[in-house]
Write a protein that binds this ligand. Structure first.
Ligand SMILES: Nc1ncnc2c1ncn2[C@@H]1O[C@H](COP(=O)(O)OP(=O)(O)OP(=O)(O)O)[C@@H](O)[C@H]1O
Ligand SMILES: [Mg+2]
Length: 483
């Protein structure tokens, strides 16, 4: 019945001939030393290397000046083509030797700690993603946002903060952008200044370059989390209550068609990934994404990715192309990373024609707005359908909308689990099963609130839950929400 419904490694330290040094504390806390000192500088005092990249993110202008000098000398000396033949460790050793030599020839005065950091920095520039490396190595960062060479922001624990990371200039930043996108066979320059790409670790990258970006190349990275959050983690963080999570579990297992709605970075993809945990191992699942972010654990998953047009404007494969093709691949569930255009129509049709348990995310600020966004995507896709027909189609296809939100304290919450009930005249009727209610604010600005039920004990998908043997769990979860 319901089954078919219509770190870069720490280099070893070497002794530096005649290079005077300060203590590590001196090195990390300005005032900066006179980097280009006379050869008769005072003798060296042993110093420890910086404890972490983070501790030494702060640098004086002198540091950047000296780095540029050494970097330029290195580039003049080194054979980049030969360096490319070496493995990463040997390449680092090679760079280390040459940099040490340059430092002693130019009689640069710096502590061993600073010298280590400079070496690391230069290796990152030549071999990796330059100043981005220390940020990429951190797992607590959700987003890295580079607005030109001198302003790098990160998002940590839901809060955006400015870092002290700087690029030498916009040319270096552009080079790194180019290096990133060339790994996925794309190019970014003045003639094609917008580009989506992916880092080798799976992080999602967007680059927009001048002349479109007025203040220099702008790079946005959504860091790929190796250990994806699970529903238990969301419960632990208070993003959803345990009974709320149990309702989601029933929704996933009972193959409800789900739309996850929310603003940018509100946790939609994370939530979608969590819900896919309830897909049975024997189901054939097809995922369609712009940049593959989902990590399904089931054995029978086909992952598809869209493709932008090439420089001649050809070869584009849209999300709609993927979703339509999916239908010919005998899917049991279709998962669309983000619905944002005419593919909405195909997804609804798929949901309505035997692909129960399909899911997708979209940008909207409330469940009701999600429905109207869906309708306008279909209308703007050029489908000549009366609005009533579109609404009936939405009602016949979507069972549940889950709303995610990033609150002003930076925390992410599931604010609604809403059911699509039916139509009354031209209006789609929905009912909230779970709702997040803000009750106040703790000291320090953390928002207090709770997930509550709305008194509904028999949701419309009750019969479906019963069919899949989940009715007891559903009623227990809904009862617990009332408590
Ligand atoms: N409930 C949560 N608690 C804490 N962190 C979360 C939570 N949900 C998501 N995150 C983190 O927030 C970041 C953004 O999450 P995610 O990619 O799921 O957002 P999104 O809504 O899909 O963003 P976009 O609109 O850019 O696609 C990720 O680093 C993720 O690990
Ligand atoms: Mg997303």
């Amino acid at each position: 019945m319901f089954g078919k419904r219509a770190t870069p490694s720490e280099p070893t330290r070497r002794a530096l001939p005649a290079a005077p040094a300060q203590t590590a504390d001196d090195a990390l806390n300005p005032p900066p030393p006179p980097f280009l000192a006379a050869p008769s500088a005072p003798p060296a005092k042993p110093a420890a290397a910086p404890k972490s990249a983070r501790a030494s993110d702060t640098h004086s202008d002198d540091y950047y000046r000296i780095k540029t000098t050494i970097f330029n000398a290195l580039i003049d000396t080194i054979d980049l083509a030969q360096l490319a033949q070496l493995d990463a460790d040997s390449a680092r050793e090679e760079i280390r030797d040459i940099v040490n030599e340059i430092i002693s020839i130019k009689a640069v005065v710096m502590s061993i700690a600073e010298q280590e950091h400079l070496l690391q920095d230069i290796c990152n520039d030549v071999l990796g993603y330059g100043p981005l490396e220390p940020l990429l190595a951190r797992d607590d960062i959700a987003d890295i946002m580079v607005n030109g060479a001198n302003r790098v922001f990160i998002e940590v624990a839901g809060k955006v903060q400015l870092t002290n990371i700087r690029f030498r200039d916009n040319a270096q930043l552009m080079n790194i952008c180019q290096r990133i996108v060339s790994q996925v066979g794309r190019r970014v320059d003045e003639s094609s200044p917008i580009c989506d790409a992916r880092l080798l670790d799976g992080s999602r990258v967007n680059v927009i370059a001048p002349p479109l970006a007025l203040d220099g190349p702008t790079l946005t990275i959504r860091k790929f989390k190796k250990d994806k959050l699970k529903l238990e983690d969301l419960v632990r963080f208070g993003s959803v209550s345990q009974p709320g999570a149990n309702v989601l579990k029933v929704i996933g297992r009972a193959r409800c068609n789900v739309l996850i709605s929310g603003g940018t970075g509100s946790g939609k993809t994370t939530l979608l990934n969590c819900l896919t945990a309830f897909i049975d191992a024997d189901e054939r699942v097809i995922t369609c994404e712009d940049a593959a972010e989902l990590q399904l654990q089931q054995p029978h998953v086909v992952r598809l990715e869209t493709r932008p047009p090439n420089l001649e404007g050809q070869g584009q494969i849209t999300m709609r192309d993927l979703v339509r093709n999916c239908l010919r691949m005998r899917p049991e569930r279709i998962i669309v990373g983000e619905v944002r255009g005419p593919e909405a129509f195909d997804l609804l049709q798929a949901m309505n024609t035997g692909h129960d348990g399909s899911m997708g995310t979209l940008h909207a600020n409330s469940p009701r707005e999600a429905l109207s966004r869906l309708e306008s995507m279909i209308t703007m896709g050029g489908f000549q359908l009366p609005s009533r027909t579109i609404r009936e189609m939405i009602v016949a296809s979507i069972d549940v909308i889950v709303q995610a939100e990033r609150l002003r304290d930076g925390s992410r919450r599931i604010t609604h689990i809403t059911e699509v009930v039916g139509t009354e005249g031209d209006v789609i009727i929905t009912q909230d099963l779970v709702h997040y209610e803000i009750t106040g604010e703790e000291e320090g600005g953390r928002i207090k609130g709770r997930h509550t039920g709305t008194g509904i004990v028999r949701p419309v998908f009750w019969e479906r839950a019963r069919y899949f043997g989940m009715d007891r769990e559903l009623s227990e979860a809904l009862d617990a929400l009332q408590a």
